[in-house]
Ligand binder design. Structure first.
Ligand SMILES: Cc1cc2nc3c(=O)[nH]c(=O)nc-3n(C[C@H](O)[C@H](O)[C@H](O)COP(=O)(O)OP(=O)(O)OC[C@H]3O[C@@H](n4cnc5c(N)ncnc54)[C@H](O)[C@@H]3O)c2cc1C
Length: 395
């Protein structure tokens, strides 16, 4: 059996950032990345909003808060160093009604506690920044940016290979066996590794064998704004999110090529890689239905969930929601483009795990929850995971 010091499961941006960090810390280690698809970054890392988040949303002191703000800075530096397109264009979070104001206040407090530069702005300043957005108050977050996380992943992969790491695509990990040396069973030959790092995204709970939490796949659908309406949005325009729900609400983001996307919404996917309503995995759907956490979510969020589903099926409803932020967007201006699916870990009591979650046992390190801003924070998560791997190897 082939032997490695470290095997990383998953060739998404975090698995690759982790592999790069490990080889940067200990160049002599024998390391393999096992990726089930024929190429890297085919799932969350290649199907997201490409936003470099600043860290305003997250609970002060949480891993998300520290890793997003540090990660954003290191990602901007990484993109600059490697010639990866990016822009620090800033964003606005817009309160459109009185009820949003206490939430905007709370967001402002969080941003300050997390050390993120922000400015509370009035409608006149909002018009200067985003001439077509309307609101009664807003936050301007100049540090937010946009990039191409697919290009970042490709650069990380090149660095891993240049540092003598092996990336094996088309290799699905089936299970982890053994103790002091872990046997990684795959759909081809098994490999042995002293430490296995599980960065399998939508399948991370399966690889970890968790029983108290489960990945619930939430699809995020996008609509592209017609070219003649692009001028309605200069950069990134967000609503004030519901703090009880870990998604940001339908927003408008410009990409590096001038295109403007609306979304992502958040609807339950009926397969882990369920990129459309038509992709249903009957076994997964049954196992989701039997998961007590999902029933608890359904009870708690049925109203929000029903509205998201309605907007998923009706461009008119989506256009109406977006028009609260930027009037003048109609259903005819919106064209569906490929969706992404978020790997959101949910506890059996229905709690949506808010923070990044890493679990360890001898020979195994599992990244159990790494939703947004996981791509922004990937270099920091990678550094942290490398530290845990070296601790285990040195024990
Ligand atoms: C709609 C959407 C919008 C988002 N927007 C943003 C954003 O704007 N900014 C931001 O910072 N973050 C954003 N995120 C979050 C971000 O994309 C993720 O946090 C990040 O990509 C997670 O990276 P990952 O490597 O953990 O997961 P993934 O990219 O999903 O990688 C996991 C990899 O593991 C592989 N794998 C799974 N099972 C196995 C197995 N058994 N054997 C071998 N390989 C396996 C998969 O094929 C996959 O390549 C968004 C996510 C979504 C879905």
């Amino acid at each position: 059996m082939e032997r490695f010091d470290v095997a990383v499961v998953g060739g998404g941006i975090i698995g690759l950032a982790t592999a790069r960090a490990i080889l940067g810390d200990r160049p002599a280690l024998r390391l393999v990345v096992l990726e089930k698809e024929s190429a890297i970054a085919r799932h969350q890392s290649g199907r997201n909003s490409n936003v470099l988040h600043s860290g305003i949303y997250y609970r002060p002191g949480s891993l998300k808060a520290t890793m997003a703000s540090r990660g954003r800075a290191s990602m901007v530096a990484y993109c600059a160093e490697h010639g990866i397109p990016h822009e620090v264009c800033g964003k606005v979070v817009v309160a459109t009604r009185e009820a949003d104001l206490p939430r905007l206040d709370e967001l402002e407090r969080r941003a300050v506690a997390n050390g993120v530069t922000i400015e509370r702005i009035d409608p006149a300043r909002l018009r200067e920044l985003e001439p077509h957005a309307v609101g009664i108050a807003a936050l301007h977050v100049p540090e937010t940016g946009i990039t191409d996380f697919g290009a970042v992943s490709a650069t990380l992969a090149r660095q891993v290979e240049a540092a003598s790491g092996t990336i094996r695509t088309g290799r699905k990990v089936e299970r982890l066996l053994g103790a002091s040396t872990v046997v990684v069973e795959t759909d081809a030959d098994p490999v042995a590794a002293s430490v296995v790092v599980n960065c399998a995204g939508l399948w991370s709970d399966r690889i970890a064998g968790t029983t108290d939490v489960r990945i619930v796949p939430f699809r995020g659908e996008y609509l592209e704004l017609a070219p003649e309406k692009r001028s309605l949005v200069r950069n990134l325009v967000y609503p004030v999110p519901d703090p009880a729900f870990p998604f940001l609400g339908a927003h408008l983001t410009r990409d590096l090529h001038g295109g403007v996307h609306a979304g992502p919404n958040a609807v339950l996917a009926l397969a882990r890689e369920g990129y459309s309503w038509g992709r249903v995995d009957a076994r997964e759907a049954r196992s989701l239905a039997a998961f007590p956490g999902l029933r608890a979510i359904a009870r708690k969020y049925w109203r929000t969930g029903a509205a998201e589903v309605a907007r998923s099926w009706s461009k008119t409803l989506m256009a109406r929601e977006l028009s609260r932020l930027v009037p003048g967007i109609t259903a005819a201006d919106l064209t569906p483009v490929p969706a992404g699916v978020r790997a959101q870990a949910v506890a059996t009591d229905g709690t949506l795990l808010d923070d990044f979650v890493i679990r360890q046992s001898p020979g195994r390190i599992h990244l159990v929850n790494a939703p947004s801003p996981g791509a922004t924070a990937s270099l920091e998560i990678g550094r942290h995971m490398s530290g845990l791997v070296l601790e285990q190897l040195d024990r």
